[in-house]
Design a protein around this ligand. Structure first.
Ligand SMILES: [Zn+2]
Length: 317
């Protein structure tokens, strides 16, 4: 009998990443979509289209798993509320299983990401792990006592909305908070800080890129930093320090063995993580700071897709 294969879809705030995944977590076909600014119907259509594309390459798939940037009711598979996608109140699991004719599993994107890292990646063997996924926003996932921690109604682990700055800027999207970690240290925050430098210093590398019509994104700043642009490196170090401030609170709260940093912005690698570790080492309670490891996700920006596949593999069908 051929190995069971499923489709895993990580639906992020501005892009979708998916693939056909087997029981060994080998990815056979990948699909990507961008959807910034899409409305509810367009978003759902893009998701369905992406699933159908990979399904055409692997018609034998047994189920589909979705990681959504939303508070998900795991009993019903409904998307209750989302900060970045227009899918509030969508009965996601029922809708997708009806349209696709396949068993469907739905969970929060960072919850499935930490599941993948805990089972097979950077948090393997840890009973207590914190995951931060840096992208359009900041997703969070917690493994406590060896189990995924969900809170009272399944909405827990939203670590991106940990308030770091009481008087800080309004949180982007629909979060009513201010000074959330997400405002300070997401991939979007890297891009916004890059835009500010481009405006203030038109002669800088970032300024020249902006003048040439290029959009200043977190990805571009990261690329320039890796190429040695000093201002971009400093900018990412500053974001890393802010991330470290958020991590300081989290490690003090949970005393984890490991903190896993994932999501697209982890492409910045040590440029981001070294300053974050330095702040934790300096500011967290010493017996906690001495033991905690802060590491990049083993699966890079694919933890969410693989985690979505894991929950699909575990779906009875
Ligand atoms: Zn917030």
């Amino acid at each position: 009998m051929p190995p069971r294969r499923v489709i895993g879809i990580d639906a992020g705030g501005t892009k979708l990443l998916g693939g056909v995944v087997d029981e060994e977590l080998v990815v056979h076909h990948r699909v990507r979509r961008q959807w910034r600014g899409a409305d509810r119907q367009e978003t759902l259509d893009i998701i369905l289209d992406a699933v159908e594309e990979v399904r055409a390459a692997a018609p034998d798939v047994a189920a589909v798993g979705f990681g959504l940037p939303a508070l998900v009711d795991v009993e019903t598979g409904a998307s209750v509320w989302s900060n970045h996608l227009p899918i509030d109140g969508v009965p996601f699991r029922d809708l997708m299983s009806e349209r696709l004719g396949l068993p469907v599993a739905v969970d929060n994107d960072a919850n499935v990401a930490v599941l993948a890292e805990h089972r097979h990646g950077a948090a393997q063997g840890a009973d207590h792990a914190v995951m931060i996924a840096l992208g359009t926003g900041i997703g969070g996932g917690l493994i406590l006592g060896g189990q995924l921690y969900r809170g009272a109604r399944g909405f827990g682990g939203e670590l991106g909305h940990l308030v770091v700055d009481h008087d800080g800027e309004d949180c982007p999207g629909d979060c009513p908070g201010r000074g959330c970690l997400e405002v300070l240290a997401s991939g979007t925050a890297i891009g916004r800080a890059g835009e500010a430098i481009a405006m203030e210093q038109p002669d800088s590398t970032l300024g020249r890129r902006a003048a040439g019509g290029g959009e200043i994104t977190g990805g571009l700043v990261t690329e320039l930093a890796h190429d040695g642009d000093e201002q971009s490196r400093e900018l990412i170090a500053r974001i890393g320090e802010r991330l470290g401030a958020g991590l300081t609170g989290l490690v003090n709260a949970f005393d984890p063995e490991v903190v896993v940093i994932g999501g697209g912005a982890v492409a910045a690698g040590e440029l981001l993580l070294t300053p974050a570790r330095a702040v934790v080492a300096e500011r967290a309670l010493p017996p906690i700071a001495e033991r905690v490891r802060i590491v990049p996700a083993h699966f890079g920006d694919e933890s969410g897709m693989l985690g979505a596949a894991i929950v699909a593999l575990e779906t009875p069908g």
